[in-house]
Write a protein that binds this ligand. Structure first.
Ligand SMILES: Cc1ncc(COP(=O)(O)O)c(C=O)c1O
Length: 362
């Protein structure tokens, strides 16, 4: 038995939905995309949704719509997937890396306050591993400093902060529908917002800067989602609550086993719904095995693991210049100690027994 750390679920309904689009001949952007945009935005409690072909495209288009460009800076957490920062660079602006909270792993509001510069235009907070960042604290800072708040919700479909779903908590929110995410369209993404003007701008940038057919008022991109992807997305959206409930159940089981085996289970804030895109433990320094040895042991026992992420963004070679003088010690400690265990909805009760016995044998 081997339990992989990720395993996307695609059922007969997705296959049938794709076949229907194929038979219709309307493969690219069309009515199915429009329906997916409206249903996904509605699910998030946002007024507008603009579908795109990746989470990276969502972030890039959102920042362009926010007016981010050369001469601006944008504050981002150093502990995230690289796209959280590269989308800032893609706009010609400069990312400013800040540290994260050591317990929750999400962006540290106090560090954001200290990092604001006269040229700062926006803050990107990441709902990392499916747990919302401290939205109230960050929104207050952004309000006071007149900065736009962008949610990187790539890992948090269906997560909630104080009873409100992510995707409607900042000025703009960006989702990814990559296969390992909480729901998928193959590749894909979505920008959600309550601001009609921002939504219109996102739409401009994802479609060649075209404001009317063959009239181009901005340098834009082809970031459009296809009807094929949207058809998959509509079925997956119906499954999302079930997927997330199973992730939450699996996380509760893993908590006890992780703790008993000497690993540090993840912390969940009291005022959020964490949807466990990843179940991330820390390997403590005083464990007899180091992280590599733990991974090898679990692999040999039939349990897949991964490290999200082994190098903080401010330590990435591509950001040597931008990161000069930057200090993010928590991100560095996390990068050296985190470990993701299988938590996805295809992890069964038997799989959990198997994972727990592998953990206990550490
Ligand atoms: C936090 C975060 N932001 C952005 C992205 C980019 O999404 P995509 O891979 O769909 O471009 C990802 C995807 O891995 C992510 O995890």
């Amino acid at each position: 038995m081997y339990v992989p750390v990720a395993k996307p679920f695609v059922g007969e309904e997705e296959i049938a939905a794709v076949a229907e689009v194929m038979r219709s001949g309307m493969l690219a952007q069309g009515d199915v995309v429009a329906e997916f945009e409206s249903r996904f935005a509605g699910y998030c409690g946002a007024a507008h949704g603009v579908a795109v072909n990746s989470g990276t495209a969502a972030l890039h288009a959102a920042l362009l719509a926010a007016g981010v460009g050369p001469g601006d800076s944008v504050i981002v957490p150093s502990f995230s997937f690289i796209a959280t920062a590269t989308c800032v660079s893609m706009c010609g602006a400069t990312p400013i890396f800040v540290d994260v909270d050591e317990q929750a792993f999400t962006i540290d509001p106090a560090a954001v306050r200290e990092a604001i510069r006269p040229d700062t235009k926006a803050v990107v907070g990441v709902h990392l591993y499916g747990q919302p960042f401290d939205v109230a604290a960050l929104a207050r800072i952004c309000d006071e400093a007149d900065l736009l708040l962008v949610e990187d919700a790539a890992q948090a479909h269906g997560a909630a902060y104080r009873g409100r779903r992510v995707g409607s908590l900042g000025d703009l929110a960006c989702f990814s529908f990559y296969p390992t995410k909480n729901m998928t369209t193959g590749e894909g993404g979505m920008v959600t917002t309550n601001d009609a003007d921002l939504a219109e701008k996102v739409r401009l940038f994802i479609n060649h800067g075209q404001s009317r057919k063959y009239l181009h008022t901005a340098i834009g991109y082809n970031y459009r989602l296809t009807n094929i992807g949207a058809a998959v997305g509509l079925v997956q959206l119906d499954r999302l609550e079930g997927f997330n409930e199973r992730r939450i159940l699996n996380a509760a089981r893993l908590y006890r086993c992780a703790e008993e085996s000497g690993l540090i289970p993840p912390y969940c804030r009291g005022d959020v719904r964490h949807v466990y895109h990843q179940y991330v433990v820390r390997v403590p320094d005083d464990l007899t095995l180091d992280r590599d040895a733990v991974m090898q042991h679990l692999h040999d026992a039939g349990v897949g693991t991964a490290v999200h992420y082994p190098v903080p963004i401010h330590c990435q070679p591509v950001y040597t210049a931008e990161a000069k003088g930057c200090r993010c010690p928590v991100s560095e400690r996390l990068a050296a100690s985190v470990l993701s265990l299988p938590v996805h909805p295809q992890v069964t009760d038997d799989d959990l027994d198997h994972i727990c016995s592998a953990l206990r044998s550490l």
